[in-house]
Design a protein around this ligand. Structure first.
Ligand code: ASP
Ligand code: MG
Length: 263
């Protein structure tokens, strides 16, 4: 048994078609895999725009963002053709998350104050909802999976003015919550990007932070490897969105002289 961590980026869970593919990869690796998922592509930006609109007092901006948030998820759920019971659960969860988004934004709008904490609480729902959806879709495909909230296994502490993982706490929590699932051949599904802060609040790990979540989880459970599934063919010389002629690297070497070939 060689335990892996898979992380699916926003593009890899950004449409029903992408989710189907991602589920296929998990099905192949199950049960020796733990999975970290990002928010659907564009959703983190959408949530940040909701927060910014609330801060400016723009009620319509909040409403529009909330509507889009709900629609993005509702659309894939519809396209993935869940069974009726699961469809009901998912719709309820999408609605609950959207309502909560609206109510937090309403407080921001009234107070005209957006703290880092509130912003984190607003964006955290993107990863949580996509992980919830992912678990349900795996269940639909008869792959045993369970949602593990990142705030229960990713702990951070303040060091030199910024947040750092508290490796010991992460490891202890993973032993308690993730290991037993793996031992029962259940695939743990964890939202990326978020964790618990020093005061017990939800925090985010910085933009693109789900890669970090994945490596942290891999460390905590002693996984043999981490695969970051993304919308590009491999490791690229630059961000292809800004550098159109960015190239995929054919091979990578590490300080330990092992090498990784691009697939
Ligand atoms: N969704 C977050 C972002 O867009 C984290 C991630 O995708 O890794 O930055
Ligand atoms: Mg992303």
């Amino acid at each position: 048994m060689s335990l892996q961590v898979f992380k699916f980026g926003g593009t890899s869970v950004g449409s029903s078609e992408a989710i189907r593919l991602a589920v296929g990869h998990v099905a192949e690796a199950a049960p020796d895999v733990a999975v970290v998922v990002s928010a659907m592509s564009g959703v983190t930006d959408l949530l940040l725009s909701a927060a910014a609109a609330a801060k400016r007092g723009d009620a319509k901006g909040v409403r529009d963002a909330a509507r889009q948030f709900r629609a993005r998820h509702a659309d894939v759920v519809r396209e993935l053709a869940f069974s009726r019971r699961r469809l009901g659960d998912l719709r309820k969860e999408i609605l609950r998350s959207t309502r909560e988004l609206e109510s937090v934004c309403e407080s921001v709008r009234v107070l005209r104050e957006l703290t880092a904490r509130t912003e984190d609480a607003i964006v955290a729902r993107g990863e949580r909802l996509s992980a919830f959806l992912f678990v349900t879709f795996l269940a639909e495909r008869r792959i045993r999976a369970a949602y593990v909230d990142a705030t229960e296994i990713v702990f951070t502490e303040r060091r030199l003015g910024s947040l750092w993982p508290s490796f010991q706490r992460c490891e202890a929590a993973a032993k308690k919550l993730v290991r037993p699932l793996l031992d029962r051949r259940i695939v743990p599904i964890v939202p990326g990007f978020i964790g618990t802060g020093p005061d017990g609040e939800v925090v985010t790990l910085g933009r693109g932070g789900s890669d970090f979540s994945a490596t942290l989880l891999a460390r905590s459970i002693g996984a043999r490897g981490v695969t970051l599934w993304k919308g590009v063919d491999g490791l690229v010389t630059a961000d292809p969105r800004s550098v159109p002629d960015a190239r995929v690297l054919a091979e990578l070497t590490t300080a330990r002289r092992s090498s990784t070939r691009a697939r």
